[in-house]
Design a protein around this ligand. Structure first.
Ligand code: CP
Ligand code: NVA
Length: 321
């Protein structure tokens, strides 16, 4: 990655609507995006997947999708979302681009800003997305980094609201690694008004900067090493892989995280009508048992589908700026 350089957007005094981290967006904006997602999904109930929404808010718009890491859901849901919004997308693996041969991130941002209307990036390093956004003159959407996964959060929170109503005053329990997904749940806690219980081994605790910021925002976050304490009475139990893309300490993680499996015994401690979510891909028998993942409390397939619906409203918001 090259030096931080001033981007076209700065030079012309314009500020595109980036969707890089939830903590940077205010609660009213996030609520508006979420309400739009619910409304758009309802309005097209029963329609063929490829049919364009009646208002086609992204007609004549193009979204670039850049992947530096593997993806199934993010890749297909962004493409499907853009089609439903009436626009089109161009997908590339970063390794196939000149980025893979060392072209600087800001230069790539400037070039793509002349060719497309918005860019989604899945990157190894969060800083690369920030640098890209600084140099771009079009909106930039974070499609997952080592530090956060805000689009997945929008889909997850939308799914909870669909099945159980408002998140205000609810208790969510994160069990496992204090990773990028956990970070985004921390970022959204104050915005959506839920309490977040987090159970991790000390070696895999959440990022301190995220926790400090959340404390400033008066988010209700409780940390523990005990998964049972986190799950007790919770309305939503959350799990993710113990080994994220880019993690290299596989054996240490498997050992430290073994007591953090979400299984029927843990689910039994949660509220009576508690639900289970996982951003996927899942590893049955590791972070979650087959019984829970494929059981009646699991919303994982709805959650995966909602990647399309939630992201449509993220893209539409970015492009309406
Ligand atoms: N949940 C998620 O982002 O899935 P992919 O890695 O398949 O995109
Ligand atoms: N924490 C996981 C999420 C995958 C969608 C990872 O970063 O690999």
């Amino acid at each position: 990655m090259g030096p931080r350089l001033r981007g076209d957007n700065r030079r012309f005094g314009m500020s595109p609507r980036h969707f890089v981290d939830l903590w940077k967006l205010d609660a009213v904006t996030l609520r508006a995006i979420m309400d739009d997602a619910h409304a758009r999904k309802k309005a097209r109930a029963g329609w063929p997947k490829g049919k364009v929404d009646a208002d086609a808010p992204c007609r004549d718009k193009t979204l670039a999708l850049i992947f530096e890491k593997n993806s199934t859901r993010t890749r297909f849901s962004f493409d499907a979302a853009m089609r439903q919004l009436g626009g089109s997308s161009v997908i590339a693996n970063a390794g196939d681009m000149q980025l893979g041969r060392g072209e600087e991130v800001p230069d790539t941002a400037r070039v793509l800003s002349r060719m497309v209307d918005a860019v989604m990036i899945r990157a190894n390093k969060h800083e690369d997305v920030q640098v890209f956004a600084e140099a771009a003159s079009v909106p930039v959407i974070n499609g997952l980094t080592d530090a956060s996964h805000p689009c997945q959060l929008m889909a997850d929170l939308m799914t909870y609201e669909e099945h159980r109503g408002s998140l205000k005053g609810r208790t969510l329990a994160w069990v496992g690694d204090g990773n990028n997904m956990c970070a985004s749940f921390i970022h959204a806690a104050a915005k959506f008004g839920y309490t977040l219980n987090i159970a991790t081994p000390s070696a895999y605790a959440p990022d301190r900067v995220d926790l400090a910021r959340a404390a400033e925002e008066k988010a209700r976050i409780n940390l523990t090493n005990d998964p049972r304490e986190a799950a007790a009475g919770a309305d939503l139990i959350l799990a993710d892989t113990w080994v994220s893309m880019g993690d290299t300490d596989y054996d240490a993680r498997m050992k430290a995280l073994e007591p953090y499996q979400v299984n029927a015994a843990l689910m039994a401690l949660a509220a009576k009508d508690a639900v289970f979510m996982h951003c996927l891909p899942a590893h049955r028998g590791e972070e979650v048992t087959e019984e829970v993942l494929d059981g009646p409390a699991s919303l994982v397939w709805n959650e995966a589908e909602n990647r399309i619906h939630a992201q449509k409203s993220v893209i539409a918001w970015c492009l309406a700026g």
